[in-house]
Design a protein around this ligand. Structure first.
Ligand SMILES: NC(=O)c1ccc[n+]([C@@H]2O[C@H](COP(=O)([O-])OP(=O)(O)OC[C@H]3O[C@@H](n4cnc5c(N)ncnc54)[C@H](OP(=O)(O)O)[C@@H]3O)[C@@H](O)[C@H]2O)c1
Length: 320
């Protein structure tokens, strides 16, 4: 299948509108996580949501979680993806788990200088995007081997693209570790669907043109476009309807209206499994090299700017 496309937002979640279905969510308080929980609650699907904070604390995340916890069918479970012992209680009784977590933005200076950045810090992308996914896979294999893991990542197979370089350089190699986490899933033997969205925006920031939705399976390359949180939460949830979405890596973007359609479910029913040998075992070294090249280029650029400013000042002072 080449392209599969869709435009009605918040599709009716046909077959999965079942009160017996239970879905675990990691990334509860995030932009995508909270949107997915709202959509699941509206569809009368129970959720068990991993939460790192106490509900009675005053942090912004706790405030978001407090309002989510008031929705019907929503249960909060205290835990952290970096703490494997907290995951069995989350996945118990669930049919699927949505892994929508992402690391917090690091200090860019620390990110650019690897000797200042601790890869074992629980907020580092290695822990959140890679070790955390290994923890989820281990828990699923041991306690609930039939459940599907849905993981949100992003385009990550072009280590030398400007987007990858910037995100890796300033974001603790977030793209690199997301790709490595994907590979854990693809080689794990568990049921999985990997969703690679474009640039995430809220519905207020971006109007989706009618009939603009598109999905490409097998991690197919597509031009990066904005996509809304609603759209991506919808794809993650609707993928659970389709058994053929098991063992799939899906790129999700918006396209020109002439190329798109308006219904994710008609697209999802056509997706095919990831092809063996299609995905490189690891791209970690290339991603690290791209980030290093980006750092050197940034330093060279800043030196160039400084020298130019110095020359201009020297030139102007010559007139005084
Ligand atoms: N932004 C984009 O344009 C874009 C594009 C493509 C892909 N993505 C990917 O999409 C994912 C989600 O994006 P988003 O905008 O929803 O992220 P977000 O708003 O930053 O939310 C991240 C969520 O992950 C949680 N989290 C962080 N560390 C955790 C841990 N150790 N254990 C459990 N939960 C943890 C955070 O919880 P706390 O509240 O407790 O911190 C928060 O709920 C990310 O992986 C990102 O890489 C983003």
């Amino acid at each position: 299948m080449k392209y599969i496309v869709s435009s009605v937002l918040l599709l009716p979640l046909l077959c999965i509108t079942s009160s017996s279905l239970q879905v675990a969510v990691i990334g509860t308080t995030g932009n995508i996580g909270r949107t997915a929980i709202q959509q699941l609650s509206e569809a009368n699907i129970s959720t068990k949501c991993l939460l790192r904070h106490d509900l009675d604390s005053t942090s912004p995340s706790a405030t978001i979680a407090t309002s989510l916890a008031k929705l019907p069918n929503v249960q909060m479970i205290k835990g952290d993806i970096s703490k494997p012992e907290t995951l069995p209680a989350l996945i118990e009784g669930c049919d699927a788990i949505l892994c929508l977590q992402g690391p917090p933005k690091p200090n860019p200076i620390k990110s650019m200088l690897p000797f200042l950045s601790n890869e074992n810090d629980t907020s580092h992308s290695r822990i959140v995007n890679y070790v955390g996914m290994q923890n989820v896979i281990n828990a699923v294999k041991q306690y609930n081997p039939n459940m599907r893991i849905v993981r949100l990542t992003g385009k990550g197979e072009e280590p030398y693209s400007i987007f990858s370089i910037l995100i890796n350089m300033l974001g603790n190699l977030a793209k690199a570790w997301n790709y490595e986490g994907e590979q854990l899933l693809r080689t794990s033997g568990v049921k999985y669907s990997i969703i690679r969205p474009g640039l995430l925006k809220s519905s207020e920031e971006y109007n989706i043109p009618p009939k603009a939705k598109m999905i490409r399976d097998n991690g197919g390359n597509m031009k990066v476009t904005p996509v809304t949180y609603d759209q991506i939460a919808d794809v993650c949830i609707q993928s659970l309807n389709h058994e053929n979405c098991n063992q799939c890596t899906l790129t999700v973007m918006n396209v020109e209206e002439a190329e798109g359609v308006d219904d994710y479910s008609t697209l999802l029913e056509k997706v095919e499994n990831d092809k063996k040998g299609r995905f490189p075992d690891s791209l970690l070294d290339q991603h690290k090299m791209g980030a290093r090249i980006g750092f050197v280029a940034t330093v060279a650029f800043l030196f160039g700017v400084l020298n130019t400013v110095k020359s201009v000042i020297g030139f102007l002072l010559g007139f005084i």
